[in-house]
Design a protein. Structure first.
Length: 230
């Protein structure tokens, strides 16, 4: 029974390898036993989780996440997404299902998004790759791209706050933050080799080089918005 699940550590957290031929009920039973047996080892670890070996529906994925968090004291900070092939990608994960896991859930996506691909999540997202022209990212929260942004990003508001978009190189075809539309400035050569951040201020999208002063300013804006709402 124990052979149907293999748990391996990686630099981000845990990779859970699932036997594609085992029944899902057997996988759940085995996972619960393995996590419970290793509870003292994991303690209060903060980990990223990735699933391999079997294609899971969103509902199945959330059931396994629930087993991990209810059988241990681990805190899951994100789910690693390994979808990086050339097929069109559209992934939706319910924020409601993950609320009790971590209210600041972020999803990792490894791989470049190419023309025609779409990535859609109900969380903040970190993309380790480029977003090419014709590709689109839709997120309910912040978008961080560890690569070039040349496609479209739609970052929706969460908790009545405007999110931000960060990219190592920012030249989007279209950029939307909340209900504000914008794009990168033309001929912005002064920022070409700098990590940039896009955020909303005074009803418009601002794009600047990322530094700690900008981040502090964003925190102050968020706090002001929360106070106004309350």
């Amino acid at each position: 029974m124990s052979d149907c699940i293999l748990i391996k550590g990686n630099k981000y957290g845990l990779t859970i390898i699932l036997d594609e031929n085992a029944t899902f009920d057997l996988l759940k039973e085995t996972l619960e036993k393995k996590i419970s047996d290793a509870k003292k080892f994991f303690k209060n670890a903060k980990v990223a989780i990735s699933f391999k070996g079997r294609v899971l529906s969103d509902k199945e994925q959330q059931e396994l996440i629930h087993i991990i968090t209810s059988s241990s004291d681990m805190e899951i900070i994100c789910i690693m997404d390994d979808e990086s092939d050339n097929k069109q990608t559209s992934k939706e994960i319910s924020k409601k299902d993950l609320m009790d896991v971590n209210d600041q859930m972020a999803i990792f996506h490894r791989g470049t998004l190419r023309s025609g691909q779409q990535l859609k999540v109900d969380h903040s997202i970190i993309i380790m790759g480029d977003v090419n022209p014709g590709a689109k990212v839709v997120a309910k929260g912040n978008v961080i791209i560890l690569g070039s942004l040349k496609g479209t990003v739609d970052a929706k508001q969460y908790n009545n706050q405007y999110p931000f978009v960060v990219a190592l190189s920012m030249n989007p075809m279209q950029l939307r933050i909340g209900n504000i539309m914008g794009r990168s400035p033309d001929n912005n050569y002064s920022l070409a080799d700098q990590t940039q951040i896009a955020y909303v201020q005074d009803g418009r999208i601002c794009i600047e080089a990322l530094n700690k002063d900008i981040y502090r300013e964003l925190e102050n804006i968020d706090n002001l918005l929360v106070n106004q709402i309350n």
